[in-house]
Design a binder for this molecule. Structure first.
Ligand code: ADP
Length: 441
């Protein structure tokens, strides 16, 4: 069963990982699709920008000036350096014009892009002789939002002929656009989908968690019940078998049976009968009968001392100490309830290996604190959370080193809770245990 649960947990983890990966893959694809869609829309936006007479004029300004420079360059009136200076001095006014133009052309659904044109080269051809006026990458114009992340939108190459001379020019340029809010725009577009995916995954994980938790709890309850049936069978078997033998002895009507033997056999039956009754009481008290009325009757110091003395008589091998800071006192609790709590704790201490038990009672204005400390075998930290559960025993399955039904601490806890109190344990394996009960007054 444990292996089955482990397999199931493994399968759940695998499914969650697989589902997350598939979802991640789909989200990534959707992201890319959105990216493509936005880029296509931007390209359309640029095509609209570049398809007007105004833009044509703007673009022709520097082309015409470049032609002039080419002519002058051939005549030797200007140098390449002069041309570069022209480009850089002209850049600002062209950019300003471009900026105004873009603002004018903007439409509500447009993306907030930057736009720029770079000159790559100008080759001057005169009488079949070529000369390079410019080669490199010089900014011609850009709108004022120009950022670093630019995407190449188109490469232009065209030839300009001069009608008066033999001169012609080959101009190469590049146009760029940039949209720095691309990621942000896509993510906000996909926000709903992302949120839904996360919620769905959390829901799936939660469902798995709840189902597995339920399964483990069911399995634990089933195990505990099986253990209980085993324990009860074991517990009832001994007194029943002993009684059986004793009754058969009496039935033989043995003439030679001494009065002493007769009395012993009878008291053996009485003892086993009492044990059976005690077992029966334990089961019914804890599982069938609700905790009876908690009439606030007082328990006096004398009664408590008597309870401990009686217990001492039944366990002569154990040293049992009792202390209380008050001499004469009384506690607002039902005597039977207090007795059950105290004797069950003491009984457990002896049953689980203690030969020295220290019982202490503190009475304050606010609460009563009863502590029972033993030097027994102790309880491991993992077990401490479960020992107050119904039918829970540390010795599980068919191991029965000590008798019990796993009901004592459960019953004590129920009783303590009826008085709105609490019980806790401080213990470690082989280090003894300390049970502390706090009941508010
Ligand atoms: P039972 O004694 O019938 O098994 P309890 O409910 O009284 O049932 O105790 C539950 C379990 O807690 C026990 O099986 C035992 O292992 C552990 N336990 C209780 N008291 C002590 C103690 N004083 N020292 C060590 N273990 C204890």
């Amino acid at each position: 069963m444990k292996r089955k649960i482990m397999l199931l947990i493994g399968a759940c983890i695998f499914t969650v990982i697989a589902l997350t990966s598939i979802q991640g893959y789909f989200i990534y694809n959707t992201y890319q699709l959105n990216e493509k869609e936005i880029n296509t829309a931007i390209k359309k936006q640029i095509a609209r920008l570049e398809d007007t007479e105004e833009w044509e004029n703007l673009n022709n300004t520097w082309a015409a000036r470049s032609k002039e420079y080419s002519k002058q360059y051939l005549k030797g009136d200007v140098t390449k350096q002069n041309f570069i200076q022209y480009l850089s001095s002209n850049k600002d006014s062209l950019s300003a014009a471009m900026n105004t133009y873009m603002k004018k052309m903007a439409e509500p659904e447009d993306y907030d892009i930057d736009y720029s044109i770079y000159l790559n080269s100008i080759i001057v051809i005169n009488n079949k002789k070529t000369d390079t006026l410019f080669k490199g990458k010089a900014l011609i114009l850009a709108n004022d939002t120009l950022k670093k992340n630019q995407i190449l939108s188109s490469i232009g190459r065209w030839e300009i002929q001069d009608s008066d001379t033999e001169l012609s020019m080959i101009v190469k340029s590049e146009r760029y656009y940039g949209f720095d809010k691309l990621q942000q725009t896509i993510i906000s577009k996909m926000a709903g989908l992302l949120l839904f995916s996360v919620v769905l995954m959390v829901f799936v994980v939660f469902l798995y968690y709840m189902s597995l938790k339920n399964l483990i709890t069911q399995k634990r309850i089933a195990d505990i019940k099986t253990d209980f049936v085993n324990n009860i069978t074991h517990e009832f078997q001994t007194p029943l078998a002993t009684m059986d033998i004793a009754i058969k002895t009496l039935q033989r009507k043995d003439k030679q049976m001494s009065p002493e033997h007769y009395t012993n056999t009878l008291s053996m039956i009485a003892r086993q009968n009492e044990r059976l009754q005690k077992l029966f009481r334990q089961v019914t008290e804890a599982s069938v009968m609700p905790i009876a009325n908690k009439d606030i009757i007082q328990v006096t110091d004398e009664e408590i001392k008597d309870m401990i003395d009686d217990f001492k008589l039944s366990k002569p091998n154990a040293v049992i100490e009792f202390s209380c800071q008050k001499e004469a006192f009384s506690i607002p609790m039902d005597r039977f309830h207090f007795n059950t709590i105290l004797i069950n704790l003491l009984d457990n201490a002896v049953k689980y290996g203690a030969d020295k038990i220290e019982t202490d009672l503190k009475i304050t204005d606010k609460s009563i604190i009863l502590s029972v400390k033993d030097n027994g075998k102790g309880i491991s930290t993992q077990e401490q959370v479960s020992i107050f559960d119904k039918f829970y025993r540390v010795e599980k399955g068919n191991i029965h080193n000590s008798k019990g039904l796993g009901l004592g601490l459960f019953y004590i806890k129920q009783l303590v809770e009826t008085y709105s109190g609490n019980i806790r344990v401080v213990s470690a394996e082989a280090k003894g245990s300390l049970f502390i009960i706090t009941i508010p007054v």
